[in-house]
Design a protein around this ligand. Structure first.
Ligand SMILES: [Zn+2]
Length: 205
């Protein structure tokens, strides 16, 4: 009788794993996607397949593969990169004006849409990862007395977008900021307990 003493190499095992994950089955489905830097991202519901998840994790260093939950990742509508929006800090992304999701890299390439989408609103802000030089180039400037504002859970962090606007109006003798200025809030720092922000304004021509 012929004896088989074949050792399966790491590479062969990995190829089988990818074939298994990529196969279409009724009982479950994984999405195997190639992300930036050739990282192989396997998205699925790992609560039910934790053993398989542990098996995959052993290839993380040798084959650049990682697992993610299906509700943890979103795709950039420009470059199709997958972003983790749940971890802290999460990957950088913004919503564009047509409600698509744009990763930080793509948003930085053309900030005009981002600015348009965020200005004149109290519940949105120019994110920390963007470059405020883009705002200055678009005609905005940081207001005196309206920088380094803090909203958070520690004592004294009581600023709000509305009271920041109110104090700007008071200092500039305005009834309503919209009468003379476009404005945009800019996040300068954040952690799970606080946000530091400033107000930038642009006077109408
Ligand atoms: Zn992108």
């Amino acid at each position: 009788m012929k004896k088989y003493n074949k050792t399966i190499t790491d590479d062969q095992q990995f190829k089988r794993l990818i074939a298994y994950l990529s196969a279409d089955r009724d009982e479950h489905r994984f999405d195997v996607v190639v992300n930036i830097d050739d990282q192989i991202l396997v998205i699925g519901d790992w609560n039910e397949y934790s053993d398989l998840g542990s098996f995959i994790n052993q290839f993380e260093n040798s084959h650049n593969i990682v697992i993610g939950f299906d509700d943890e990742f979103i795709m950039c509508d420009e470059c199709y990169k997958y972003l983790n929006h749940v971890s802290y800090p999460s990957d950088d992304f913004v919503w564009s004006s047509d409600c698509t999701i744009i990763c930080g890299e793509c948003a930085k390439k053309d900030s005009s849409d981002v600015i348009e989408n965020l200005m004149n609103q109290n519940d949105k802000a120019f994110p920390e990862f963007m470059d405020t030089t883009d705002l200055i180039n678009a005609g905005f400037k940081c207001c005196e007395h309206c920088e380094g504002k803090m909203a958070g859970m520690h004592t004294g962090m009581n600023d709000t977008p509305q009271n920041t606007i109110d104090s700007f109006c008071e200092n500039n003798d305005l009834d309503h900021i919209e009468n003379e200025y476009d404005y945009i809030f800019v996040i300068e720092g954040s952690n799970p307990f606080m946000v530091q922000y400033s107000l930038y304004v642009r006077k109408y021509e």
